[in-house]
Design a protein around this ligand. Structure first.
Ligand code: KPL
Length: 303
């Protein structure tokens, strides 16, 4: 299969690198990482050590492939979708944090849109080198359940052929809300307190705050018509905090590097859905305001 991976950050590079064992993969990203991959190939270390040689480019305008995997930051989805709209793809899979990405892609591309979640741990160690910190699995499924089931099966089969454990699910909206509850709890709390994810597995005020954010997110999910129980959201946060104890969340890494965060697509999305459905979300609103305050101070706020 010809696969274009849009967004060669840590997860995009890992998934693209693993797929490159079996498929023709092109990573689309930024220098100096892309230049290093083009020059020396991509090195994966950690769970397994691999050297692979995907194609790499900084510009995918007009490209075509059997599959586009979108792994860009949520605030770059619109830009990615505009580039994808000028190419030709049989299916588009979002493997991103936050909510709203699939709707943006579906509004631009004329191909089945799939939603996905990945539990693989990855970290860009150096240009051309990604550290694989947790084996993980991928779950994907149609975003619009009526029409894209066959595309999901085809993509999952291609992932499995490359030794990537992949499951097809029919309830991706509920699964994305569960992931949103995890991100809405872990990302801002670890970023504000500058702690590793494992700090939220220890009893104390940070764990209490994360749990409260997850439960509030589950309440908003239910107001939005998604069946996500408080216990499920709370347990999911505790499990991820424990299983990724030594990792820093993506928002913590963004804040440490002085970069814009995905707050709008995470806690900001929860607040927007609460407003639209008449639910209340004071914890998500406060966490979003604190992170946005940090972004303003750092000069990286939402344009
Ligand atoms: O997805 C994540 C992130 O960091 O964005 C979690 C699940 C919180 C793992 O770090």
């Amino acid at each position: 299969m010809d696969i274009l991976v849009f967004g060669a950050g840590s997860l995009g590079s890992l998934v693209g690198g693993l797929l490159a064992r079996t498929h023709d993969v092109t990573l689309v990203g930024r220098d100096p990482h892309i230049a290093a991959v083009r020059r020396d190939g991509l090195r994966i270390t950690g769970v397994e050590t691999l050297d692979v040689s995907p194609a790499a480019t900084t510009d995918a305008t007009g490209a075509s492939a059997d599959l586009a995997v979108v792994a860009v930051k949520a605030y770059d989805t619109e830009t990615a979708a505009t580039v994808l709209a000028n190419g030709d793809y049989d299916a588009v899979l979002s493997l991103q944090n936050g909510m709203g990405n699939e709707d943006v892609l579906a509004a631009h591309v004329d191909a089945p849109v799939l939603a996905g979640t990945a539990t693989c741990g990855a970290r860009l160690a150096d240009p051309g080198h990604v550290e694989w910190t947790g084996r993980g699995t991928i779950t994907l499924g149609p975003w619009r359940p009526a029409d894209d089931a066959e595309a999901a099966e085809r993509v999952a089969a291609a992932f499995r052929a490359a030794d990537l454990p992949t499951e097809v699910a029919a309830d991706m909206r509920r699964r994305l809300w569960e992931k949103l509850a995890i991100n809405a709890a872990i990302n801002p709390v670890t970023a504000l307190a500058r702690v590793a994810n494992g700090a939220l597995a220890e009893p104390g005020p940070l764990a209490d705050l994360a749990r409260a954010a997850a439960v509030e997110t589950a309440t908003v999910a239910r107001a939005d018509g998604v069946d996500l129980a408080d216990e499920t959201a709370k347990d999911a946060v505790a499990t991820v905090a424990r299983e990724t104890a030594r990792n820093r969340s993506s928002m913590h890494r963004d804040v440490t590097r002085g970069r814009r965060t995905e707050i709008d697509a995470i806690n900001g999305y929860v607040v927007d859905r609460a407003r639209a459905t008449g639910a209340s979300a004071p914890i998500n609103r406060t966490l979003a305001a604190l992170i946005r305050g940090w972004e303003t101070g750092a000069g990286v706020s939402t344009p």
